[in-house]
Design a protein around this ligand. Structure first.
Ligand SMILES: Nc1ncnc2c1ncn2[C@@H]1O[C@H](COP(=O)(O)OP(=O)(O)OP(=O)(O)O)[C@@H](O)[C@H]1O
Length: 490
């Protein structure tokens, strides 16, 4: 036999052997599939995986959509988090968009794999969707399926996360908490904010489309910075409020003439914090019981706004309310005490962050009880337009950030006469050409001066916006916590 014939023979033998192995494997597969019951097959495969897994360096965590009939927050968070880790090499994705979201969401489809990197550790994620997820689970059974939920006796969606087993602690202590935290941020950023208004003791919501931001808010830079820092500190202090056993809430009283930006500041706060606004019209609420229902019905991460508080309730009736306390059952009418008690009491049990904002054009008309330390944490005076606020408005309406020959005269007039940011904004909007708009504003301000109208004096409203009082909430709470401790020791 020459060498060429030998080679042909050996190839033939090789192919015959390979065919026989494949044939045997197929036969074995057919026998296993056709003759062994499903349960037995699952046990054999599980045993195989178990023995194999003992020598593997991999560790796997299963995150099911539901555990014991309740939804699994970690599954939900993983789903949200992974949407931001989608890469172009994933072949099949799912796309969705619902009313609550601003953008289209791309997510993993059944069986697709995604690799995530966290602090240098590689995580392989896979989503498993039950085959009959859209139909009933009738006739399906556990069969060793990690996605099986015993409480509901059905298969649920689940994620499989695989990583090197030496990173088990890092995964549980850092990676999974990181996912929960990130998911919260992603959801907050993608959520459409809502504006709720009360009607018949219930809330009705529309999408909040207030364009205001702290950047476009015309206000002294220092005050703006203080408010921003205060809000940021507040939302980061969950543990602190929990520790001292106080409601996680913060109150702001905004006061100043109409058109000075109280509503604009509220819009900027909501957009900054990504909080919904609950605009409570007390004129619509007749009884304390109705007010209770409304306050209980508020979701967390919300900003409760009560505008024109001086006109909303006859606060001077507060003492009368006290006298009438004995025949309270006959008098469930809404009162200042009802409102304040609720705000202080109810939220202390919710453990979630809430902000309350009162606005008024006439601070002096308010009941001193509302101004008392501890009621409102910050009193913010929204004043007439000063030179700084004017510059912000010019940049808002004309994207103009440089000097302009007319600025000097306008700014000196703004120090002299009363013009609200709303009036200034209105003039600036009248023309797209900055020279024309500034000319109109100049004429308005000169007119005010010549008529002797709107002259700035020494009154509170005549000053530019400022922080009247920031109560040091931290110290107050800490000292009240200490008092509490002392009482207990005694
Ligand atoms: N400080 C500000 N920064 C930016 N824009 C402002 C400011 N103040 C007023 N404006 C402009 O004027 C309009 C009216 O202002 P806004 O409603 O915020 O005033 P207000 O103090 O809430 O008035 P009111 O007391 O009548 O409710 C706003 O829509 C905005 O365009």
């Amino acid at each position: 036999m020459d060498s060429q014939t030998k080679a042909v023979e050996s190839t033939k033998n090789y192919l015959t052997t390979a065919a026989s192995i494949v044939g045997s494997a197929m036969l074995a597969h057919t026998i296993v599939k056709d003759y062994l019951p499903k349960e037995l097959r699952t046990i054999i495969f599980s045993a195989f995986h178990y023995s194999f897994g003992r020598f593997s360096t991999e560790h796997t965590i299963v995150i099911k959509e539901a555990e014991d009939l309740s939804s699994n927050e970690l599954y939900d968070a993983s789903s949200t988090y992974l949407q931001t880790r989608i890469s172009s090499n994933i072949r099949r994705l799912r796309a969705s968009k619902n009313k609550e979201k601003k953008s289209i969401t791309l997510s993993l489809d059944d069986g697709e794999e995604l690799i995530d990197d966290f602090q240098g550790v590689k995580y392989k994620w896979q989503l498993k969707i039950p085959k009959e997820n859209h139909g009933s689970n009738h006739g399906r059974h556990y069969g060793g399926n990690p996605g099986w939920d015993f409480s509901s006796n059905r298969e649920v969606r689940w994620f499989k996360v695989t990583f090197h087993k030496k990173y088990k602690d890092v995964t549980v202590d850092s990676y999974l908490p990181h996912i929960l935290e990130k998911a919260k941020e992603i959801k907050a950023a993608d959520r459409r904010l809502k504006l709720y208004m009360n009607h018949n003791d219930g809330w009705k919501a529309i999408d909040l489309q207030h364009p205001a931001t702290f950047e476009t808010l015309a206000m002294e830079a220092d005050l703006k910075k203080t408010i921003l820092e205060d809000l940021t500190r507040f939302i980061q202090r969950k543990e602190y409020y929990k520790k001292i056993g106080k409601a996680w809430k913060r109150g702001y009283l905004l006061f100043g003439p109409p058109g000075t930006g109280k509503s604009t500041l509220i819009g900027a706060m909501a957009n900054y914090l990504k909080f919904d606004i609950y605009d409570l019209n007390l004129g619509e609420v007749r009884m304390n019981s109705g007010l209770n229902r409304l306050l209980v019905g508020m979701k967390n991460k919300s900003l409760l706004v009560i505008e024109d508080i001086d006109c909303s309730i006859d606060f001077k009736n507060r003492n009368k309310d006290k006298k009438n306390e004995s025949n309270k059952s006959h008098n469930d009418e809404i009162s200042l005490s009802g409102l304040l008690n609720f705000i202080d009491g109810l939220w202390s049990t919710s453990g979630e962050e809430r902000i309350i904002v009162f606005t008024t054009n006439y601070k002096e008309k308010l009941d001193p009880a509302l101004l008392r330390p501890g009621r409102m944490d910050m009193h913010i005076h929204m004043g007439y337009c000063g030179p700084n606020s004017f510059r912000v408005l010019v940049s808002n309406y004309h994207a103009w950030h440089d000097e302009h020959p007319m600025f000097e005269e306008i700014e000196s007039l703004l120090k002299e006469v009363k013009a609200t940011p709303a009036e200034v904004a209105e003039q600036l909007m009248r023309s797209d050409t900055i020279d024309v708009a500034l000319e109109g504003l100049l004429q308005l301000l000169q007119g005010k001066r010549n008529k002797g109208q709107g002259k700035k004096g020494n009154g509170e409203d005549d000053k530019d916006e400022k922080l009247v009082r920031v109560e040091n909430e931290e110290e107050r709470l800490e000292s009240s916590a200490e008092d509490h401790e002392t009482e207990e020791v005694l």
